[in-house]
Design a protein around this ligand. Structure first.
Ligand code: FAD
Length: 479
């Protein structure tokens, strides 16, 4: 068994890094190091403090290449970092070393209307891509709830999902090509502006979702779509969770439309949103709400779709169907949906935000199991998520400080992940494994798959310097 040993970041290393990227792009003051050492997984989740030894802010691909080449020669760990909105501890510098922050590589390089692509640097905020596409009458379909803060490089590394996956797929579905810097500093392109490619392995989509463990992404070519002419959101309260979830697949099966979003919030989530936003939402006494978004170009066809889906909702047990067809009402609705993670962070002293995904038919069973476990362990639950994709954010909440909360949470999660696996589900639909779920990988993967992941990792990164300790650990070798 090989032990991984890394070199510390000495003053000499800092001087070398400064000579590679300029002094203004290197930070070593303690406050800054700490602020670049965490993402949105709360610090109380970790048993120890993880801290970068140096933060570097590359401005170009050449900078990234020089840093990686240097780090590889000197065996210094490197953790790429986007906006730090991750919910799996992916950007936490588990082994110290260099944090590579992409906030200065934030340019939209090209919008190609002939090929319907946009080429961006990894530090561009997701919603800026949406806006740039919209200004050209086009749609960038990536839409995570964190889109006003997260970077596209982080979205690619996590294969972020969000609210439009049911129709357009995850971030990876929009990725056509990546410029990648390999851990030894080599720069290469995976993919291109072409829509099809059957030439060799699909490395671009291997790097998508690899959580910064295989290569550093320095440019991204994304696919754009036609921008729909009109969008309507339906807010549909149901008496209880099971009725809402059982109804959801009927929108596609009987309504014969693919909604661009189909989101679910349980009653507790609705009330959390109201408290956080200090507002009142319609029918806040309901057991569950669905948000169903329909879009189209022909107003008459869209009106027909809305009417048909609305009728179906009533037939499926809905208490009411509220139609939001203007910007103000739609924004209010989505604000409520998008604030939920922040509301939990604000109101609960200890919590765990989960990201389970099961075949959609299993969602009621998953939620029933969550309720059973919450009662067994004496905690609260609030559940919401992307019901169209089977991706449920089960959230385990401790309403007050409790001795031994960490052990309670570990035991509960172990049971929950095992039950999820038994339903044909898995640990994460969009937030990734990172540091948070790594120890549970064996619940959903056999040894053969984990060995394969490890061998792929070593093929890219033989010295294990790139984001070591994330996603999977090789016992005795990685930590
Ligand atoms: C309120 C809230 C709502 C959220 N809603 C959603 C949602 O709806 N859908 C969803 O999918 N996620 C959601 N998230 C999670 C998070 O926003 C996403 O995972 C996002 O993609 C992370 O982007 P980031 O720029 O913050 O990346 P970071 O957290 O900084 O990093 C994430 C991972 O990407 C790697 N990385 C970053 N940049 C690069 C690069 N250039 N090259 C290689 N690796 C890199 C890092 O090493 C790390 O492993 C939410 C988070 C919050 C706090």
């Amino acid at each position: 068994m090989r032990e991984w040993t890394y070199s510390p970041v000495t003053e000499e290393v800092v001087r070398d890094l400064e000579s590679l990227v300029g002094r203004r792009n290197v930070a070593t003051d303690r406050e800054k190091l700490l602020s670049y050492s965490y993402d949105q997984v709360p610090r109380f989740s970790w048993d120890e403090e993880y801290c970068a030894e140096v933060v570097v802010f590359p401005e170009t691909t050449d900078h990234v290449s020089a840093i990686m080449g240097y780090a590889n020669r000197h065996r210094i760990p490197v953790t790429p970092r986007g906006a730090g909105t991750g919910l799996s501890g992916g950007a936490v510098p588990f082994k110290g070393g260099i944090v590579l922050s992409f906030e200065k590589m934030r340019h939209i390089l090209e919008l190609d209307e002939r090929n319907l692509t946009i080429t961006v640097e990894p530090g561009v905020v997701t919603s800026e891509i949406t806006k740039a596409a919209q200004n050209a009458g086009l749609l960038y379909a990536g839409d995570p709830c964190s889109g006003d803060a997260s970077f596209i490089g982080g979205n690619v590394a996590e294969n972020a999902g969000g609210n439009k996956v049911v129709k357009y797929g995850t971030t990876g579905s929009s990725v056509l090509a990546l410029e990648a810097v390999l851990p030894d500093g080599t720069v290469t392109w995976f993919g291109g502006k072409r829509r099809k490619d059957a030439t060799g392995y699909d490395f671009a989509h291997l790097v998508v979702g690899s959580e910064g463990t295989l290569a550093v992404v320095t440019k991204i070519i994304l696919k754009l779509q036609p921008l729909p002419g009109k969008v309507v959101d339906l807010l549909v309260p149901f008496p209880d969770v099971r009725t809402a979830i059982d109804f959801a697949p009927r929108v596609m099966r009987e309504g014969k439309v693919v909604p661009s979003s189909m989101e679910f919030l349980d009653g507790k989530s609705i009330r959390l949103a109201e408290r956080f936003l200090n507002c009142t939402l319609p029918h806040d006494d309901a057991g569950a709400h669905l948000i169903i978004q329909l879009e189209g170009n022909d107003p008459e066809v869209l009106a027909d779709d809305v009417e048909r889906v609305g009728d179906l909702c009533f037939a499926g047990g809905a208490l009411e169907v509220f139609v939001a067809d203007n910007r103000t009402t739609r924004d209010k609705l989505w604000k409520a949906r998008k604030c939920l993670a922040e509301a939990i962070m604000a109101f609960y002293p200890k919590y765990s935000l989960e990201d389970l995904v099961v075949p959609t038919s299993e969602i009621p069973n998953l939620l029933a199991e969550t309720t059973r476990l919450a009662a067994k362990y004496g905690v609260e639950e609030a559940n919401f998520g992307h019901v169209g994709d089977g991706n449920v954010h089960v959230n385990i909440l401790f309403p007050e400080e409790r001795e031994g909360w960490h052990e309670t949470l570990d035991a509960l999660l172990d049971e929950l992940y095992t039950a999820t696996a038994d339903m044909g589900g898995t640990l994460s639909g969009e937030h990734g494994i990172g540091l948070k779920r790594q120890k549970y990988m064996c619940r959903v993967m056999d040894r053969a798959q984990m060995d394969l992941i490890w061998r792929v990792k070593l093929a890219f990164d033989p010295n294990n310097i790139l984001n070591p300790g994330k996603m999977i650990s090789c016992p005795g070798r990685d930590d």
